[in-house]
Write a protein that binds this ligand. Sequence first.
Ligand code: ATP
Ligand code: MG
Length: 313
Amino acid sequence: MLNTKAACISINTGRMPLSSDSPYFESREFRETWRAPGRPSVGGRTNLASFPKAADAPAFAGIIGRSPAMQELFSLIGRMAPHYRSVLVTGPTGTGKDLIARAFHQLSPVAQGRYVVLNCSAVVESLFESELFGHVKGSFTGANHDKPGLFEYADGGTLFLDEIGDMPLTTQAKLLRVLQNQEVQRVGALSPRKVDVRVVAATNQPLPRLIACRKFREDLFYRLSMIAVKSPPLVERTGDLPLLEAHFLQRFAAQYKKNIRGMSPAVISRLAAHTWPGNVRELENVIGHALIMATGNTIELQDLPAYLTSTSK
Ligand SMILES: Nc1ncnc2c1ncn2[C@@H]1O[C@H](COP(=O)(O)OP(=O)(O)OP(=O)(O)O)[C@@H](O)[C@H]1O
Ligand SMILES: [Mg+2]
């Protein structure tokens, strides 16, 4: 192992990758010596060349962050993922719940199995149960052949039920039974069949409020929230802004084949002052927009979307 100063130099010059499980990461001396990527360098510009490569940014299963809130989240996921059968991921829109769901799968014992996604808000109510549990031929008009549902398709893997708050109440009751018994019954079938599926459910809606207005079953909520994680809004982890900015700058610079070296100090302070109601998705869109608009090799204020600069005047 290198001494701390040598490790910092290697990481800052891109010769050594930095990850949150690096042996150096826990050391206070290291944290104090390591120059956080994205901080304005001498000369007043954030210099993209001084960022670690996007792939080397402190990330956990592809989720970027090193703020205390994110380290706490990574630690929870790391402890829960090997053991969970079902998990509830909550948090505001754009905070990375899809990434968290995938992390649970990747770090679970069924990582080699299928990862199947169902967006519950996109399914027609009458077809919901057939979609999830399958059906047998003739069980309803249009059921012309036997069809397995997503639970059977995800057998041996993970089913991600996104926007779970939009699942119809009757389907919720059946989902609860599947979670309890690990068996599904195709619509119209006489007997259930065993499945081995881990379920990650996510929502940006406050489920207790849906329970109060009888749109979500309390028993399912308690079952799902036995193991639950919350994805924090970006305002609670502004320390991650430079890392996320660097990540998106590098990604969009490569995508649009632009030689962008960094952001002006005015842009950095404008982004730092914003409250990010759309969270990381909003930041991603802002940087994508700025990269398209930029004419020089630095992102300037006029490259940002108008709604950000008009409020700064
Ligand atoms: N910590 C992060 N590191 C890197 N990219 C992130 C991070 N968090 C979010 N993103 C990116 O931001 C965008 C929005 O994330 P995601 O779709 O996971 O949000 P969400 O919480 O599921 O939102 P919604 O509730 O609207 O479905 C995605 O492109 C995702 O890759
Ligand atoms: Mg989502």
